[in-house]
Design a protein around this ligand. Structure first.
Ligand code: ZN
Length: 249
């Protein structure tokens, strides 16, 4: 019989599940505030309409649910069959009727939540592989989903801001993204400082690096490539503006 509550017992994982579900509820709220006609509008992402964002977030839940099923059964089920298939799926999803698009989001979110709920405690450490080819424990799927729903709620561009994202999620995003830059060596000469905290990330070997400073939500907005409102550089770039953040994904 299916459980009525999460089988996971690790308190940290339970906290992560709470943040992922809160983020999903937040995305749902911003989506539900939009009329059907407004779904055709633009987003914080240059090439995507709101339809693309909703389709992507829906298919992302299905893809992550496949990873949780993999952890449950041991049968390898990748997120997507290929990068091209993932892209085509989003393009197709963006053409769905508003009601179908809303159903895609709702049903995929419920399905994923149930997969998480019913994953036995012991299976959360089973290894799965992400679309980027990283081998991680199943517990990582919760964070993978969390960052998607919180950031894409802002991308819908109907009032959500990085200030609405919980500080713990923002800080983890900052660690993730600056960690990815470090791995790729794209953070040379660049440091990130969060005002009012002792959080410093980026290149600590170069003398006189450009230091991007701001409150946590603004800094995360900048590192995710969503704009530079609220951050300031110690060394202005040549045109006097704020440099673009290195690519993240
Ligand atoms: Zn995404």
């Amino acid at each position: 019989m299916a459980a009525r509550h999460d089988l996971a017992t690790d308190p940290r994982l339970q906290e992560d599940l709470l943040q992922a579900r809160r983020g999903t509820a937040y995305f749902a709220r911003k989506l539900n505030e939009l009329t059907d006609a407004e779904l055709d509008g633009g987003t914080r992402l240059p090439d995507w309409t709101r339809r693309h964002v909703v389709a992507h977030v829906g298919y992302n839940a299905r893809a992550i649910a496949r990873l949780v099923e993999w952890a449950a059964t041991g049968v390898e089920t990748p997120m997507y069959s290929s990068t091209e298939a993932r892209k085509q799926e989003i393009e197709f999803g963006a053409t769905l009727s508003p009601i179908a698009l809303r159903n895609l989001f709702d049903h995929s979110a419920v399905h994923l939540s149930v997969e998480w709920r019913d994953l036995p405690d012991a299976n959360w450490s089973n290894e799965i592989r992400t679309a980027q080819g990283r081998t991680v424990p199943a517990s990582e799927t919760v964070w993978m989903r969390s960052r998607e729903v919180w950031i894409h709620a802002v991308d819908l561009d109907n009032g959500a801001t990085f200030n609405d994202i919980p500080a713990s999620v923002l800080e983890r995003l900052l660690r993730d993204i600056t960690g990815a830059w470090k791995t790729r060596g794209t953070d040379v000469g660049l440091q990130i400082k969060v005002t009012g905290t002792d959080l410093v990330f980026g290149d600590n070997t170069t003398t006189n690096p450009t230091i991007i400073t701001g409150p946590l939500p603004s800094v995360v907005e900048w590192v995710t490539g969503r704009g530079s409102a609220g951050v300031s550089p110690t060394i202005p770039s040549e045109n006097g503006g704020i440099p673009a953040a290195p690519k993240w994904i």
